[in-house]
Design a protein around this ligand. Structure first.
Ligand code: DX5
Ligand code: ZN
Length: 221
């Protein structure tokens, strides 16, 4: 299984995004947290900033939309040339329609679940998705403590994905670090967001490499 590290720039220097992204050349993508102060109690960056990031880097852009009315907004991020667009199922009235629209615009379609949202109701629509994001903290802020209670859901999601036979990535987001990544990989995650762990490290790129090595080592056992 390929293990991917997609660092979140939420806790990076937001006034110097191009420079901050250049610090992590070994990453498999950049995770960008879009928040609207409605779906989550925090406000970050929106489409115009993402468009500027796009024009300044060839890096795989992994957009995590934590916004209300996401069905209306998500396609614009695919239109802007982002490779992967994640919408929260709790904010979507039409997840299948949105996933199909994202794919038709050439983006990978991804669906996110808050820690307390079960995966089972969505088992039959996994084939519409290229990735499932399981939040391992309540969305809204970086630097929170990893929620171990999500581990059984990671396991169940991996089993459901295996049943589809498709190559659907399973991403975890929130509190992922050298202390928690192994648990996530053991449970079946293959794509890891790490914000404060990477940007809080002295050498951000070395941390990306260390995290990937840990995940790969678990997978090899
Ligand atoms: C939280 C965001 C995460 C966050 C991760 O709502 O979705 O991407 O920035 O940051 P850490 O790794 O510090 O938990
Ligand atoms: Zn995120």
């Amino acid at each position: 299984m390929t293990m991917r590290i997609t660092p979140s720039i939420l806790n990076a220097d937001l006034a110097n995004l191009t420079g901050e992204i250049a610090r992590i050349p070994s990453a498999d993508g950049v995770h960008i947290d879009v928040m609207d102060n409605h779906f989550v109690p925090n406000l970050t960056i929106g489409l115009p900033v993402v468009e500027s990031i796009r024009s300044g880097t060839d890096m795989f852009l992994d957009i995590h939309l934590m916004i209300a009315e996401v069905d209306r907004w998500a396609p614009a991020f695919a239109d802007a040339g982002c490779e992967s667009v994640t919408f929260h199922v709790e904010a979507s009235d039409a997840p299948i329609k949105t996933a199909r629209e994202l794919r038709s615009l050439g983006a990978r379609a991804s669906m996110a679940l808050r820690p307390a949202t079960p995966i089972e109701p969505y088992a039959d629509m996994l084939g519409e998705l290229d990735m499932v994001l399981l939040m391992t903290v309540e969305p809204g802020f970086g630097g929170q403590k990893f929620l171990d209670l999500v581990l059984p859901k990671i396991r169940r999601t991996r089993e459901l994905i295996a049943k589809t036979g498709g190559d659907i990535w399973l991403q975890v987001d929130g509190g992922v670090s050298v202390d928690t990544i192994e648990r996530c990989a053991e449970a079946g995650a293959d794509t890891f967001v790490a914000g404060s762990a990477v940007y809080g490290a002295q050498d951000a790129d070395a941390m990306v490499i260390a995290l990937r090595e840990q995940a790969v080592a678990v997978c090899a056992h």
